[in-house]
Design a protein around this ligand. Structure first.
Ligand SMILES: C[S@@+](CC[C@H](N)C(=O)[O-])C[C@H]1O[C@@H](n2cnc3c(N)ncnc32)[C@H](O)[C@@H]1O
Length: 441
């Protein structure tokens, strides 16, 4: 096995071998990006069409998957994202006439991807919106009893009263009651995502932290009427986005969001996919179940008694591990990675195991995607490096070696600098550079 390119270089991982090039908007699919090139892609499209429906940590800016899809697939060919998140790859595939498949362990990600990739009939959607607005008007003019009664429409979940002010809970109830009017229609989930998109803003939790936490010193300003006002506004904005999306979305192509699935065991046939594109989670950086816990509770996606830890365990990069797992040092079998694991183990056994586990899980994913991608097909993986206990883990370089180990050829790789994150991660752990790995079966 030849060493992954990032590992054979004497330059420290992440160092710039080429001067950085700035690209505004789309990357030309015909351009052979030089190996190791650093690009700063300034996105013009982050909120375009349904992309703007919801925040999602470490979401792609659409230009990157669009480049991969245009360069490595043809119209009508099938694209897979095995860790689809908010479905950016699937939206872009759809717009480019490629049927696609989305897999994600997170039920919220699956709902969001489904809504973002399903064009709706506009007259029916406008009618559903009118029914919801009428219900909200009734709620606003109703007296105290009706407001309290609306609370029946807010699911109960742990510490509900700590997460939301009493008047916001009533308003969320009013919205929940209004949504009951579109129950059983094809528009229901669109409005549920509208509701979800305002939940963090009206909660007591910090708007900008990946973890859902209340910070007293933040003194967040939340006023009566805020949930209703934001919800009304988002209905208008998202209706406009859906209208624009419907106008450009081909109707003879679909995006299939699997009801369940794991990137390490894909329920897909061998050689059934032409191209796969994904961005795996960062190691130990974004806790997706915790990030979306309020949204999940309000949408009824998480059972009240269900411990978050169970959901977290399924996530690649999870920090939920058993102490028995790290009672001894695990070696992965790559000298540079093993050296780093041993160093980490000396100061933090648990984190050493988390890092080891990440590469084991990613190896499984590489094998699975290789099984499903047709011979000659590509797997484009966009991955950031990680800072663990103050040490940089050059995940992209290790992953190239893991890819070769699993039978992929590393065709090329380059860096894409990230200039904006929707949700901030702790300052020290902020990830500035993503690496784009193009693997060929
Ligand atoms: C960085 S996010 C993907 C973001 C996505 N590219 C986008 O544009 O929104 C990584 C995703 O991997 C998912 N994930 C983590 N472990 C997984 C697993 N075992 N199988 C499938 N998906 C997984 C997480 O739920 C999360 O949505």
């Amino acid at each position: 096995m030849s060493m992954a390119p990032g590992l054979e270089s004497p330059v420290s991982p992440g160092a710039c071998l080429h001067s950085r090039r700035t690209i505004v908007g789309d990357l030309d699919p015909a351009w052979d990006v030089p190996k190791g090139q650093h690009l700063l892609i300034i996105s013009r499209d982050q909120s375009r069409l349904t992309h703007g429906f919801h925040r999602y940590p470490a979401k792609f800016f659409p230009e990157l998957p669009r480049w991969a899809i245009a360069r490595y697939s043809r119209t009508g060919e099938t694209v897979l994202d095995p860790m689809a998140g908010s479905g950016t790859v699937n939206v872009e595939s759809l717009l480019m006439g490629r049927p696609s498949i989305a897999v994600d362990v997170d039920p919220f990600a699956r709902l969001l991807t489904r809504v973002k990739t399903t064009p709706l009939e506009l007259q029916g959607l406008a009618g559903a919106r009118e029914a919801i607005l009428a219900s909200l008007d009734e709620f606003e003019t109703a007296g105290g009893f009706a407001r309290e009664d609306a609370l029946r429409h807010v699911p109960t979940f742990p510490y509900r009263e700590n997460w939301f002010r009493p008047f916001i809970l009533e308003e969320l109830g009013g919205i929940g009651k209004a949504l009951a009017r579109v129950e059983g229609t094809p528009y229901r989930d669109f409005f549920r995502i509208c509701l979800s998109s305002i939940v963090r803003a009206v909660s007591n939790a910090d708007n900008h932290c990946t973890r859902t936490v209340v910070r007293q010193r933040l003194a967040k300003r939340i006023v009566p009427g805020m949930a209703l006002r934001l919800f009304r506004r988002v209905l208008d904005v998202n209706l406009g986005r859906m209208t624009d999306f419907g106008a450009v979305c081909p109707l003879d192509v679909g995006a299939c969001v699997l009801d369940s699935g794991d990137a390490r065991a894909l329920p897909l046939a061998d050689d059934s996919v032409d191209l796969a594109v994904t961005s795996p989670p960062y190691i130990n950086a974004v806790d997706y179940p915790r990030t979306h816990q309020l949204e999940m509770y309000l949408l009824g996606l998480a059972a009240p008694g269900e411990p978050l830890a169970e959901a977290k365990r399924q996530h690649i990069g999870t920090e939920v591990v058993r102490s028995a797992d790290y009672s001894e040092l695990h070696r992965y079998g790559l000298p540079a990675l093993d050296e780093q694991l041993a160093e980490l183990y000396a100061i933090d056994r648990r984190r050493a195991y988390i890092v080891y586990r990440y590469f084991v899980d990613m190896e499984q994913n590489f094998r699975e995607v290789r099984r499903t991608v047709k011979p000659g097909g590509r797997y484009v993986v966009v991955v950031g490096n990680n800072l663990i206990r103050g040490r940089e883990v050059p995940s992209y370089a290790y992953l190239m070696a893991v890819a070769e180990r699993t039978g992929w050829g590393v065709e090329t790789y380059f860096a894409s600098e990230v200039i904006r994150h929707y949700i901030k991660v702790p300052r020290k752990e902020r990830i500035n550079t993503d690496w784009v790995l193009v693997l060929r079966r």
